[in-house]
Design a protein around this ligand. Structure first.
Ligand SMILES: C[S@@+](CC[C@H](N)C(=O)[O-])C[C@H]1O[C@@H](n2cnc3c(N)ncnc32)[C@H](O)[C@@H]1O
Length: 288
């Protein structure tokens, strides 16, 4: 690939990056609406152990009032209900994800369709004992959301967060970048997400917001698929590629996805197949 391609790509990237981030939120929401039906099989079943390990470290008081931000299909909210014996509130921007959540866990939890930050701003101070946010912090504004979480927690209350790190899927992201650098004119939208580099950054942000970080962890979890097309199907079904389907011009989408699949096969294949690795961060903070 020539330097001219890379220059054209960077120019387009910078120009599109100037667009308001509301556009990204809308694309992410509609991506999750679309994949809601298959999300649990593709993501929750693979990752539930990591979310459960984090919940195991919380010490909710009897009758804890729980709030689960970016709750998706409600697995974490339902687990909080089981552990605390109360009705947690799950909040998510995707009505499609919440349809599944209500069907699966409506007997034990309440679910609200809302942007997480807007929802928090509307809540009274000190109204929650436990706040959780599973695999969604990078989609919302971490600094502002943490400020609101501190406000809604009662003194001694805890927040538990687990999310993909900035370096999650870096080989996949590199392949996607190369794909668009080969065809810069296909790039139509740049996703504006805010994944953090690691748990130390999250702990630092928690401390700066007035929480006492009590636990941090970083790690990774992989799965293996046979082909690039299979990788794209799985990345889409898990929500890991949320919004990527809108990154290319509609009329060039098929060509871009086919190039992306071939690049994945070339750059991510190992002896066992094509390995996709999610790197994650987790932290718990307690309000002083
Ligand atoms: C990877 S899923 C996580 C779902 C669930 N917490 C879990 O542990 O599997 C990310 C969720 O964040 C939600 N989301 C994205 N942006 C949001 C926002 N601004 N406010 C609320 N939810 C949002 C998506 O709709 C999606 O359901």
């Amino acid at each position: 690939m020539s330097n001219r391609h890379w220059l054209a790509f960077v120019y387009r990237l910078v120009r599109l990056a100037g667009r308001p981030s509301e556009a990204t939120s809308e694309l992410i929401r509609s991506s999750y609406d679309r994949i809601a039906g298959g999300y649990d099989a593709a993501w929750t079943d693979h990752m539930r152990g990591l979310s459960l390990e984090l919940l195991d470290r919380l010490t909710p008081p009897f009758g804890a009032r729980c709030l689960d931000l970016t709750c998706g299909t409600g697995f974490v909210a339902a687990e909080l209900a089981r552990r605390c014996g109360t009705r947690p509130v799950g909040v998510d921007a995707s009505a499609g994800m919440l349809d599944v959540a209500r069907r699966e866990h409506g007997a034990t939890c309440d679910f609200v369709v809302a942007d997480a930050l807007e929802y928090l701003r509307a809540q009274p101070a000190g109204c929650a004992d436990i706040v959780t946010c599973g695999w969604g912090l990078g989609y919302i504004r971490p600094w502002k959301v943490l400020g609101q979480i501190v406000r809604v927690l009662r003194p001694g209350g805890q927040v538990a967060i687990i999310d993909n790190s900035l370096f999650s899927l870096w080989r996949v992201i590199w392949c996607a970048t190369k794909t668009f650098a080969e065809r810069p004119e296909a790039l139509d939208h740049v996703m504006k997400v805010r994944f953090l580099p690691g748990s130390r950054t999250l702990a630092w942000m928690m401390a700066a917001r007035g929480l006492r970080p009590t636990y941090t962890a970083d790690g990774s979890k992989s799965y293996v698929v046979a082909t690039g097309d299979e990788a794209i199907a799985r990345l889409t079904a898990t929500g890991a590629a949320a919004g990527f389907e809108f990154a290319a011009r509609p009329e060039m989408k098929d060509e871009i996805f086919s190039r992306f699949a071939r690049n994945l096969e070339r750059d991510c294949s190992g002896p066992a197949g094509l390995e996709i690795t999610h790197r994650y961060l987790a932290a718990i903070g307690q309000k002083r």
